[in-house]
Design a protein around this ligand. Structure first.
Ligand code: NDP
Ligand code: 8X3
Length: 251
C-alpha cells in the first residue's frame, strides 16, 4: 500500500532534501512552507516519480492558518504515515541581555508552537489507525547550550522534552516518535539567523566541512525504513569536525 508523509518546511534545506528522499522511496507527499513558488518548484522536480505531491502554503506560526490548510485537505490525504516536523529557525545570535523580542517570539512560535499545532492535527488519525511515525527535527542545540544561543537552544530543548513526552503518551497507540539532532548543516539556516547577512552566514562554516541537508535526509530515510518493531529514538548527527555544540576544529 502507498504511504504518505507530511513534511513541514520543505521549501529549503533539510525539509526539501527529505522530500526528495521520501519521494524516491515512493511516499506520496504533503509539503509545507510559506514560499508557494518553492513548493510548486519542488513538486515539478518530482514530476517524473509515480507519487502524488500536495503543496500546502501557510505560516506555521499562525494556528488558524495551519488548521485551515489541514481542514481543506481531502479526507484521503489526511492519512499520514510519517510526519516530519522540520519547519524551524534561529533568529539572531545575541547575548540574552541584548536579545530581540521579535526574534524570540518568531523562534518560540515556529519551533515549539508550530510543531505542536501540526502534531495536534495529525496525531488523532494516527491514533485511529494505530500506526504512524513522527520525526521531530531537533538539534545539537537541544542538548547543549552555547554562547548567544540562549532562546534558540531553549526552543530545541523544548523539542526534546515534547518528543520524549510524545513517545511516552503515544506508546499505547503504536506511534513511533524519533528525533534527529544535527550539528552544523549548511542550508539557508545561517542566512536566516543573521537576517540575510551572507558574509556572517558563510563564516559559520569557514574552515570545516559541515553536514549537508542530504546527510540529515539520509538519517531520516534510515529511521523510516526500520522494521515495524524498531524505533530510532534519537540520532545525534555531527560533522566530523564538530564534537559538541561548542567545540569544533577548523583549518
Ligand atoms: P532552512 O532555513 O534551509 O529551512 C527552514 C524551513 O523552515 C524552510 O522550508 C522554511 O520555509 C520553514 N519555515 C521557517 N519558518 C516557517 C514558518 N513560520 N512557517 C512555515 N514554514 C517555516 O533551514 P534548515 O533546513 O537548516 O532547518 C530545518 C530544521 O533543522 C529547523 O528546525 C532547524 O532548527 C533544524 N536544524 C538546522 C541545523 C542547521 O545547522 N542548519 C542544525 C540542527 C537543526 P519558508 O521560509 O518557505 O516558510
Ligand atoms: C542549528 C545548529 O549549531 O546553531 O541547530 O545549534 S547550531
Amino acid at each position: 500500500m502507498r504511504k504518505r508523509a507530511l513534511i513541514t518546511g520543505a521549501t529549503s534545506g533539510i525539509g526539501r532534501a527529505t522530500a526528495h528522499k521520501l519521494a524516491v522511496l515512493g511516499y506520496d507527499l504533503i509539503i509545507t512552507g510559506r514560499r508557494s513558488e518553492r513548493l510548486h518548484g519542488l513538486k515539478d522536480e518530482l514530476i517524473n516519480l509515480d507519487i502524488e505531491v500536495t503543496p500546502l502554503v501557510f505560516d506555521i506560526r499562525d494556528r488558524d492558518a495551519t488548521i485551515k490548510a489541514w481542514t481543506e485537505l481531502p479526507i484521503q490525504k489526511k492519512v499520514i504515515d510519517v510526519l516530519v516536523n522540520n519547519a524551524g529557525l534561529a533568529a539572531g545570535a545575541d547575548p540574552i541581555n541584548q536579545g530581540n523580542w521579535a526574534d524570540w517570539e518568531q523562534m518560540i512560535d515556529t519551533n515549539i508552537k508550530g510543531l505542536l499545532a501540526m502534531s495536534q492535527l495529525v496525531i488523532p488519525g494516527m491514533i485511529e489507525r494505530k500506526s504512524g511515525h513522527i520525526i521531530n527535527v531537533s538539534s545539537i542545540a537541544g542538548k547543549d547550550v552555547y554562547a548567544n544561543g540562549n532562546v534558540y537552544c531553549a526552543t530545541k530543548h523544548a523539542v526534546e522534552a515534547i518528543s520524549k513526552g510524545m513517545r511516552i503518551d503515544l506508546l499505547q497507540h503504536h506511534i513511533k516518535v524519533s528525533t534527529i539532532s544535527p550539528g552544523m548543516v549548511e542550508t539557508e539556516f545561517s542566512i536566516v539567523r543573521y537576517h540575510g547577512d551572507k558574509a556572517k552566514a558563510d563564516n559559520v562554516y569557514k574552515g570545516l566541512t559541515p553536514l549537508y541537508a542530504e546527510d540529515v535526509a539520509d538519517a531520516i530515510e534510515f529511521m523510516v525504513t526500520r522494521p515495524a518493531h524498531v524505533n530510532v529514538n534519537d540520532m545525534l548527527l555531527m560533522p566530523a569536525r564538530q564534537a559538541t555544540g561548542v567545540y569544533n576544529y577548523r583549518d
